[in-house]
Write a protein that binds this ligand. Structure first.
Ligand SMILES: [Zn+2]
Length: 406
């Protein structure tokens, strides 16, 4: 079997800066990238497998920095009442997670940071992809959220923790099960779901600091659900050294600048909530909220990644990227939010997020040029994860079938 692959006949965007390489090429040695540059400067020998990009565009695989793969709803389904969804059987949730993972691959998403799922089903679908039972992205999982009993998402059957000792034990239990990050609920939900207030804080300063400290002690990142800096938990989280804050819809430009100075990344999520009509009942001016939020983020210079937050459909990440561009962000920064910045948020920026020698070959090839027309990101040609081709427009998904040998 040929161990070296060469992607040729393409424009390459390595994602490090804003430049592209025309008539470019990428060499893959096993799982990693061994060359990024001009096609003229390499020699294609017989022992190299050639991937002809047919004049297409090569970029880092997309990184979805905030999702819940088992929460997606699919064709012929309306959004499912969340309580109903989370109380479905673990088997169904895991199957839904796998479906969303397959949809991710078809969409060129090669890494997903999964920010919470019930009863550790996220470990099950992570396992299914790791063992190549199904084609799927690399997944970082948080396991169950750190959530106190007087908080949102405390449905029957969802474990909670109160007091420093319970929080410490909760985090340690998650870590022992093998999660990749710790997810904490600070504030209420955007739409006031479960009678919560997005401006309120639902965890004490001490509990919050304990969860963050325990995660860091064991080498993991801590992230938190929070909508507003009116919530005192914002400052507590910053002071306790939180790594990333997710949502932040009512953060001010000053808050974003504080995050930037403290090296805390933002994860912008769920533009579809505002644009798709989902939030219209709660906020008649939903689109204005979205526009003003995006502009505060763009103007502040805070580093941010993006994620659809609970959509399992094909093209969900493309929709989030296009939305940024529609609201005035340049295409390079929008793509980097979904690649380089996503890797930083996941804490794997030394491994993925840009096309550089020595990094994992997580590569997306599309037809067209998304830096000129962002919707070209939907024209998926080939998706490669760690050097393995997972999807091509010609052959579809690469599914490993075990065939009995006679
Ligand atoms: Zn979420």
């Amino acid at each position: 079997m040929k161990t070296t692959k060469a992607i040729i006949n393409c424009t390459v965007f390595d994602g490090v800066g804003s430049s592209t390489i025309t008539q470019g090429a990428v060499l893959i040695e096993g799982k990693t990238i061994s060359y990024v540059g001009k096609e003229d400067d390499i020699t294609i020998t017989e022992d190299i497998e050639v991937i002809d990009a047919q004049g297409g565009f090569v970029l880092p695989g997309l990184i979805n920095a905030h999702d819940h793969l088992s929460w997606g709803y699919f064709e012929n389904e309306t959004p499912i009442e969340q309580e109903t969804l989370l109380n479905r059987s673990d088997g169904e949730l895991a199957i839904r997670g796998i479906k969303s993972g397959i949809n991710s691959i078809i969409s060129g998403v090669t890494t997903v940071r999964n920010c919470g799922d019930v009863r550790f089903v996220d470990l099950d679908y992570r396992h299914a992809f790791q063992k190549e039972l199904f084609p799927g992205p690399r997944i970082l999982v948080s396991g169950p959220w750190v959530v106190t009993s007087y908080a949102w998402i405390t449905y029957p059957g969802i474990p909670t923790c109160d007091g420093v000792e319970e929080v410490r034990k909760f985090v340690r239990t998650n870590l022992r099960r093998g999660v990749d990050l710790i997810k904490i609920f600070i504030g209420g939900e955007l739409l006031g779901l479960c009678n919560t207030n997005p401006q309120q804080t639902y965890i004490s300063k001490e509990e919050l600091a304990t969860a963050i400290k325990e995660a860091h002690f064991h080498g993991k990142k801590a992230t938190a659900h929070i909508m507003s800096s009116q919530s005192p938990g914002f400052k507590w989280a910053v002071d306790a050294g939180i790594d990333t804050l997710d949502h932040g819809i009512w953060f001010t430009e000053e808050d974003f600048k504080l995050m930037k100075s403290e090296d805390i990344d933002l994860v912008v999520t769920g533009g579809w909530w505002f644009e798709g009509g989902f939030a219209d009942d709660a906020y008649p001016n939903a689109k204005d909220i979205l526009k003003e939020w995006y502009h505060r983020v763009f103007n502040s210079g805070v580093r941010f990644a993006i994620g659809p937050d609970g959509r399992g459909e094909v093209g969900a990440m493309q929709s989030e990227i296009e939305r940024l561009v529609n609201y005035g962000l340049d295409t390079v920064t929008a793509v980097q939010a979904a690649t380089k910045n996503g890797a930083k948020v996941c804490g794997v920026e030394n491994m993925i997020g840009t096309l550089e020698v020595g990094k994992y070959a997580d590569i997306l090839i599309v037809d067209g040029n998304p830096l000129e027309r962002i919707s070209d990101l939907r024209n998926i040609h080939t998706v490669i994860v760690e050097g393995k081709t997972q999807f091509t427009k010609k052959a579809g998904l690469a599914i490993n079938l075990i065939v009995e040998k006679n």
